[in-house]
Design a protein around this ligand. Structure first.
Ligand code: PRP
Length: 192
């Protein structure tokens, strides 16, 4: 199976490669300016902003966002998983932790998409319990209409109001489509 085949399974493109690239550059500028203005381009010990990428969906976004940032950054990776059926709704567990402590650090959680909000709320609370200087959240796509719990999102690339199943630019269906360079809606016949 190759990428050409996968493109034929896309019903329509929501955000093209160009649109994403422009928005990512704008976001990186906005975030960099914010931290610089707040005097947080580095923490009290001179350590730069730590970008925490949530595996695996945010990997592609993270790689582009980090390279567009105009302040020094470090990055680290974290992975969570939803518990299966039969557990409390929204139950999330840590699969892979950050490599290093974040006490006193400014942390920016980088997510590809926020849907119900359970994943990001779990992570925000988990990281905040480690006494960082600050924790903020950046998501490329926000499906606010699907939210089941309140959670603060500080930086949003695109607000998606329709309840479409989107793939590409890191986002998958059954682990496929992550390497498509755009974000599109999967044809219904390929879901389920
Ligand atoms: C997706 C996405 C978010 C989460 C959002 O991850 O990357 O982490 O779901 O959903 P929520 O707001 O309803 O919690 P997924 O579990 O599909 O894993 P992946 O990142 O490996 O694709």
């Amino acid at each position: 199976m190759n990428q050409i085949d996968l493109r034929t399974r896309i019903d329509r493109v929501l955000y093209s490669e160009d649109v994403i690239s422009r928005r990512v550059r704008e976001l990186a500028q906005e975030i960099s300016d914010d931290y610089r203005t707040r005097g947080h381009a580095a923490d009290a010990k001179g350590r730069p902003l730590l970008m925490a990428c949530i595996l695996r969906g945010a990997l592609v976004f993270m790689a582009d966002l980090a390279r567009e940032m105009t302040i020094p950054v470090e990055y680290d990776l974290i992975s969570v998983s939803s518990y299966g059926n039969g557990t409390a709704p929204g139950a999330v567990r840590l699969v892979k932790d950050l490599e290093r402590p974040i006490e006193g650090r400014d942390v920016l959680i980088v997510e590809d998409i926020i849907d119900t909000g359970y994943t990001i709320e779990y992570l925000r609370r988990n990281l905040e319990s480690r006494d960082p200087a600050s924790v903020r959240v950046c998501t490329l796509v926000d499906k606010a209409a699907r939210r089941e719990i309140k959670t603060q999102v500080d930086y949003i690339g695109f607000e998606l109001s329709e309840d479409a199943f989107v793939v590409g630019y890191g986002m998958d269906y059954a682990e496929l489509y992550r390497n498509l360079p755009f974000i599109g809606v999967l044809k219904q016949e390929y879901i389920g």
